[in-house]
Ligand binder design. Structure first.
Ligand code: PEP
Length: 250
């Protein structure tokens, strides 16, 4: 079912004490009756504490990454099973920082997606074009390829566990946001691409989040677009007041 979602990607920010503080601020200030589902993605060492803290609360916890293998000699890595066993049911895959700084390719992401789905996790699958792609009018082709190569191997039934996050790389952490019209245009294209590859019903039911410099002052007009179902928030999710304001922008 298509849901409204606001997810905060805390990246490599917030130590243990700071994570506790932010979680407690969110618990206090997020309204119980709200339109959007809320997900937070603390750094890996704080995931267990976060799931414990949020046990009685309607805020989900996501990992920012996971390994594609079941287990084994992969120093420094974390498996889907390990995440599940500490209460983490959702994982962000394909973030542009993982693609750019850690060499994550569409092919690698395809195997991470499969492993997460095999463990019945929800995948927030990120993708988006770089500035030169948009300037050369190549953005639709790039996005279509990222979807086809990283995601379109999944089965029809798996789509219920997938959330998409369109994040134009030029808008991430730059203060430059895609206009609501640019976001809507791309989100409609994404839905159409899914309808062609799968079914119209799957396309209509998947939640597509926008990410890239969403702030309290622009969230409302972006979220108002018919094919934008919420946001993946970086910088503005690190401050309780601004994150709560974005959640309340629906
Ligand atoms: C992100 O990193 O996913 C993101 C959208 O960051 P920011 O909101 O800071 O642009």
């Amino acid at each position: 079912m298509r849901k409204k979602i606001v997810a905060g990607n805390w990246k490599m920010n917030k130590n243990l004490a700071e994570t506790k503080t932010l979680l407690s601020e969110l618990k206090t200030n997020l309204q119980k009756a709200r339109e959007a589902e809320v997900i937070v993605a603390p750094t890996a060492v704080n995931l267990y504490m976060a799931t414990e803290e949020l046990q009685q609360v309607d805020i989900k916890v996501a990992a920012q990454n996971m390994h594609q293998a079941e287990n084994g000699a992969y120093t420094g890595e974390i498996s889907a099973d390990m995440l599940k066993r500490v209460g983490v049911e959702t994982v962000i895959l394909g973030h542009s920082e993982r693609r750019a700084y850690f060499g994550e390719t569409d092919e690698l992401l395809a195997s991470k997606v499969s492993k997460a789905l095999q463990h019945d996790m929800t995948v927030i699958f990120c993708f988006g074009e770089e500035l030169q792609d948009r300037k050369s009018d190549n953005h639709f082709a790039i996005v279509e390829n990222q979807l086809k190569n990283g995601l379109f191997h999944i089965n029809t039934e798996d789509w219920k566990n997938v959330v998409l996050a369109y994040e134009p790389v030029w808008a991430i952490g730059t203060g430059e946001t895609a206009s609501p019209e640019q976001a809507q245009e791309m989100h409609a294209f994404i839905r159409n691409t899914i309808a062609k590859a799968y079914t119209q019903q799957i396309a209509d039911e998947v939640s597509i989040l926008y990410g890239g410099s969403v702030k309290p002052n622009n969230a409302n007009e972006i979220f108002a677009k018919p094919d934008v179902d919420g946001g993946l928030i970086g910088g503005a999710s690190l401050d309780a007041e601004s994150f709560v304001a974005i959640v309340n922008a629906f």
